[in-house]
Design a binder for this molecule. Structure first.
Ligand code: 3HC
Length: 296
């Protein structure tokens, strides 16, 4: 298998933009594809903002930022992904959408191209099995914010060849991450443990055990977590968290993965966290305050 030089990223949202950024920062020529120009412009602006922050903090010069940006090629077409050595998918957490895009890529990309999914909760096997290359298919699960979080879960299925796994592992290291190996179970290692914890925090609030701020403070100050569970939920995106819980509950049929009613109500109300300006907290002012919707 040829070494990885050209990288493709499918999706330029929260995760895709971060993956494209770390790829370009590591020196890879990187094509990132979004469904329309507006979404692409938002994703590319997020990459620029993140790099600007690095320049401001003197971790990078303006010239280095421009070089990195020069290696990121945004597109709304699939065509430019055709010559990539690896394509990392980071589209919406919906199996039918992922199957559709991998089907297209399978026709377009060369036989050696490795396919990787950044799914949070779907199994890699269900995506790999719709392609003609299940042996060249892995999971590469990054964490938000991608430029900051050190971990990547590298997930192998029963189909994944040693060569593919090793190439994906080396790729994770080359973009500056610490890989860990995971079996292909819904949620892998981190979400398998993190999601029940976040859902339990919502249940604790629903049961009146503490306030949103109290529970967040408890886990920050009592356990040294960088964010409490509600701030973290808003940060990850409540729509994403809800999708993950539905998939994991469907897989395991255990109550600890079931979405609490409050989470569902918030998603239905369009209160998806930081990205919509309101989630458990309202981000409209100088400091986040607990949203009135949640308190009622
Ligand atoms: N892009 C680039 N850099 C960023 C960034 C971003 N979006 N956000 C923060 N940073 C950098 C800052 O520049 C700063 O760098 P420096 O130390 O060199 O100055 C550093 O990160 C710390 O940032 P801040 O001082 O602004 O803020 P904090 O100290 O509060 O840290 C945080 C922010 C890193 C996000 C921290 O709060 C944290 O680690 N939170 C927990 C995040 C977490 O748990 N992520 C996993 C979510 S689960 C997931 O992704 C899986 C999915 O499948 C659901």
């Amino acid at each position: 298998m040829a070494s990885i030089e050209k990288v493709g990223v499918l999706g330029c949202g929260l995760m895709g933009s971060g993956i494209a950024q770390v790829s370009a920062q590591a020196g890879f020529d990187t094509v990132v594809r979004e469904i329309d120009q507006d979404a692409l412009d938002r994703g590319l602006a997020a990459i620029r903002k993140s790099l600007d922050r690095a320049v401001k903090k003197e971790r990078m010069t303006g010239d280095q930022r421009d070089e990195v940006l020069g290696r990121v090629h945004g597109t709304v077409d699939f065509g430019p992904l055709g010559d990539r050595d690896i394509v990392v998918e980071a589209v919406v957490e919906d199996l039918s959408v992922k199957e559709q895009v991998f089907g297209k890529l399978d026709e377009l990309c060369g036989a050696d191209t490795i396919f990787a999914s950044n799914t949070s909760s779907l199994t890699i096997t269900e995506m790999a099995s719709v392609t003609e290359r299940p042996d060249r298919f892995v999971g590469l699960h990054f964490f938000n914010p991608v430029p900051v979080m050190a971990l990547v879960e590298v997930v192998r299925t029963g189909f994944t060849s040693d060569e593919t796994f090793e190439a994906a592992w080396a790729f994770a290291k080359s973009v500056g991450k610490q890989p860990i190996a995971c079996r292909d179970n819904s949620g892998f290692i981190v979400n398998r443990l993190l999601v029940p914890y976040m859902l339990d925090a919502i249940r604790a609030y629903e049961e009146g055990i503490g306030s949103i701020e109290g529970i967040d403070q408890g886990m920050r100050l009592g356990c040294g977590y960088p964010m409490g569970p509600f701030i973290l939920g808003d940060f990850v995106g409540l729509d994403t968290l809800y999708k993950i819980t539905e998939i994991m509950f469907d897989e395991y049929r255990e109550k600890r993965f079931a979405p609490p009613p409050l989470l569902k109500r918030m998603v239905l109300a369009g209160h998806h966290g930081r990205k919509t300006g309101i989630g458990f907290y309202d981000y409209g002012g100088d400091e986040p305050v607990v949203s009135d919707f949640v308190k009622r």
